[in-house]
Structures are given as structure tokens and as C-alpha cells.
Design a protein around this ligand. Sequence first.
Ligand code: BF8
Length: 645
Amino acid sequence: MERKISADLATQETLKLAREENIQTIWDRSALQDPHCGFGMLGVCCKNCNLGPCRIDPFGEGAEFGACGADKDVIAARNLLRHTAAGSACHSDHGRDLTLALLALAQGKTQGYSIKAEEKLKDLAREFSVSIDNRPLNVIAEDLAKKMLAEYGQQEGELVFVKRAPKKRRELWRKLGIMPRGVDREITEALSRTNIGVDNDYHSLTMSMMKTALTDGWGGSMAATEISDILFGLPEPIRSQANLGVLKEDEVNIILHGHVPLLSDVVAETAMDEKLIAKAKAKGAKGINIAGVCCTANEVLVRKGIPVAGNFLQQELAIITGAVDLMIVDLQCIMPSLPRVASCFHTKIVSTHDKARFPGVEHVEFKEENAVDTAKRLIESAIENYLKRDKSRVHIPKQKTDMVVGFTAEGVFHHLGGKFRSSYRPLNNAIIEGRIRGIVAVVGCDNPKNLSGGSHIAMVKELLAHDILVVQTGCSAIACGKAGLLQPEAALEYAGLGLREVCAAVGIPPVLHSGACVDNSRILIECCNILNEGGLGEDFSDLPVAGAAPEWMSEKAIAIGWYAIASGIMVLFGSPLPVLGSENLTRFLTKELFDIVGAGWAFEEDPVKGAQLLISHVNTKREKLKLGPMLHAPLIRKERMAVTA
Ligand code: BF8
């Protein structure tokens, strides 16, 4: 089967180089998996116990049940719950790492960290019933961190952040029995339920998916975002650039790759040290260039304007430019192939997180107490390695695109309300008056099964033409950044007239980059703020909003999708969840859930058709709210990016 490659020219160029040099990349490996296992795709294989592995014949000709008697509904639901638990665990552990770092800072056990957002720390402390009165910041921070850590293991009660959700939604969660108690408790329960012979009902397994994922969105991810803001500062709109072209031929190039900003932020900061820059110059480089890949890129991008070398699919390609002297990785979305690709070049890879090891790769354990020393040591090793760079093998594509990023729930107050009328009123009014049709979060991964990046771009352009304000995180935001959609000027080219007016009045792009995947929690808060402002209903399921992940691949994306749906926000995935082998479960997820939680799943591979489904969902919500017609007709787009290129 002929594989689609990428919408991105830098990717195409570097991939060609890889093929000329016989370096295997994710596109080659993905093609070798064709045809992908049909049982796996349909979700009807089970290897949860040693009676199996078992699989159900989707055509009804072979086995109807697994050896234990599980049917396709139970098998598909159990599998999906396991994915949900793993995705939630990943985000929540990220949040835990940050909470532990806040505790270490409070106890004076860190190097290079400080409280960067004092007010936010105090707000959070109040939320967690930690006393503020005349107490030193570190004491407040210590009590707060301890409370937040204790909540991970909470056995009864409700997560504190859940109080941020609308009352109606909280009541529904209680009524349905999906109100999350503690992060660890729900994830453990999910794994327990999926053992052989425990939960054998796809309905209750689905309820557990939502309860588990709610611990992510309203627990671990939200904690990760809040504490990152406290430790590293609240993002503000900032200019930067994206794509492989941000690498520099005449500088020491260091790539930060992974997710948790604890090390990456310190490395970015330390790289500005004059002594280190002088050392780099002494070795013949003009300076030290830091660039990011994946979500850690988004973390240092939205706070420091550090450029992004690429999204998930570009991690191998960054090395193949021959210009990367050091790639520092922590965890999540780091391809196990990286050391093999790096072995074709001078690039050094260093792993830094105990949970993410790579055979044969140097491991420099990162600890908060010596963060700056570790960062210096790593940067010095990159400078040394620069001397080994073979200049004749350096091919940096020229593509790099300007963008404006860093829009948070707090920031929208300023950017849509103006500094002197900090309020969501102008945003709500723009929706009510029909300038903005609604808001769609287009998020998630890029995937070699798609025209990578292209699906995000095509979907977002279609949404913009229909006056939908787009908010983004993760690799999707990087894809749209590379395509020039994160610039204020993009509104003139792609947005419908109403959205264009709003963007022009405030000077914002029509696509708002809100950070990393854990920062999808910011989007939940934006929805809370819109509801609190009034005029658009009283629950998330009333709002003209939706979420989409056109190229999802990670289990984390499943968890995000689930917590959005459990919160009442409909979600569209570009390729189906592995449930289609069970008609009952598929119907439950894509239809019946709408009557239970006010939202459900939709699957559509064609991104333009997917956008149209999202638009029609937003229109339905507008009608239910009895909002008037849109002020302007949608923009007729001459070009609709073909997804079959
Ligand atoms: O957490 S979007 S490929 S990098 S999983 Fe991974 Fe997907 Fe990218 Fe960030 Ni999110």
C-alpha cells in the first residue's frame, strides 16, 4: 500500500535524505506493519490472561467468545479501559513529578527553581484550604504540595479541582457514580476491573473509563499545568518559530525532547550563561541553540519562546539533519529507535528520567537538587560533541515559520477583553452575536498513518472558514504553527469575516496555542470561565464547543478524549478507537452516551468531513441555546488541502 507521508516540506526533504542513506524512520516501520492486525484494530483480541491470547471472529464465522466466555463487547471495553488507565497514569505521573518538585523547592532542596507565579500559588493554596495568612511562601508551598500529593492516594471524597466544574456537571458525575475520588485509586480500580472475570459488562467498563479519565483532566493534568505555571511562570503571548529550520549550522544544537519541563526549563535558562556561550565559541561555534521536540518543546515555547524543531514524527528527522549535537530526553513519546538513528551521526542522546531508560544510552539522572549543575554538565557535553559534527553531512531544511503562542485561560481575559476590561464578556458576546460560531480544540499527535500534520491543517482551515475559534495543544499545535496558522495574519487569509473581525480587533491569531497536552486542562478552565461569564448555558454540554484529535496515536489521547466527553464535550478522532469489532460498544460510545453525559465519540478519517461534523455539532448547540444566526456567511475556501496528496 502506498503510504501518505507528510504535508510538511522540511519533513519530505529530510525523509528523502534518510532514504538515500538507508536510515529507517517511523514511516518505513509503519509501512512494514501494513496491513495492521485486523483483530487489534477492531479491539477483539484479548491477552489479559493465559487462557489466551483469544480473538473473536468479527465476521461471526469463528470464535464467538474467548476461552473464559468473554464476548467481543467485554473484550473491546476491557482493552479500551486499560488504554484509558495507562494514558491517565502517564499524565498524572507527570503532575506528580511536578508536585514533588514543588515540595522539594519548598524544603530548600532544589537548585535553580523559584516561585515564578506567587499569586497563582496563593490561589491554589486557598483552593486546597491551605492557610495563607502572613506565612512565608515556602511554607505555603510545602503544605500545598503535601496536600496535593496526598490527594493522589485519596480513598474517598472528591478531587479538589472538580469544584471548578459547573454544579450541574458535578451532580451528574455523582449520580452516575463516576465522580473521581483519588487518582491512584481510580487507575488501580480500572486495572483491577479488567482482570479476567471481574467486570463483564461493557456499560460499567465504559463508566470506569470516564471516571478514570476524569482523574487525568481534573486531577493529574490540571496539577501539572498549575504547578508548571507556579514554577516556570504563566505563559504569555510570545513570538517564536517552528520546524527543522530552527536548527543552526554554526551553533551547538541541543534538542530538548519529552514532556516534563523540570529539566528542559533549567537547560533553556542555563544555556544563556555567558561562560557556557564563551566555551562554545572557543570550540568554533557561534553560540548555543536550544530547540524542542514534542510537548516539552511546547512547555519551553509558551513560556520562553524557545523554538520548536518539530513534533512527534520529526524527532528522528532532527537527528538526520546531522546538526544535533545533543538530544536530552526525559519521558513520553520518545521513540525507542532514537539511539539507532543517532548511531548514524555524531549525535549524543542522554536519558535523564529513571522511568525512561534506553539500552546503550548514557543516563544522567536528573534530580531537582542539582538541576543547574546537571544542565551545565549536559550543555558542556554538547559543546564537546559539536567538534565531532561532520559538516559535510549537515542538511538543515530551510523551513521555519513564525508564530505567536502562549494563550492561557487567564490570558484570554486580556486578549479578548482588553487589559482594562479583563473579562470573558467580549468572547461570550462574540459567540452570542454570531461573530464567532463556537470554539473547537484541535489537539493531539501526528501519525504516519495519516498525511502527517496535513489532517490538522485541513481540519483547522475548514473550521476557521466557518468562524470557529480554534484552541490547540500538543503536536497538533506544532503542525499548525509550521503551516503559518498561529500568526495574527492567518485570520485574514483563513478566517470567516466574523472571526476575522474579532482577531483583528485584538491582534490575536485565529488559532490559539495553549501549550502541551497536559494543558488541555486549560481548555476545561476556559469552558468554565465562559459558563461563569453567563449567557451560554449552565453546563459544558450546553456550550457550542467540541474537541478533535485528527491524528491521535497515544493512550494519553484516549484519556484526554474521555475526560472531555465525561465533562460533556463531544470529541472527534480521525481514526476510530479500537472498538469497531463490538457493535454494542461502538453504538454506546458514539450514540447512547450523548443521552447519558451529553457528549460522545465521533470518528472520521477525512479531516474536512470531520470539521463539518464538528461545525454541525456546534450549530446544534447554538440552536439549543437559541442564539441568532451568524453575522456572516462562511468563507468560501478556494483550496481545500487534499488529504490524499
Ligand atoms: O503529549 S501530542 S505525540 S508529544 S501524546 Fe506525544 Fe501525542 Fe505529541 Fe505530547 Ni501529546
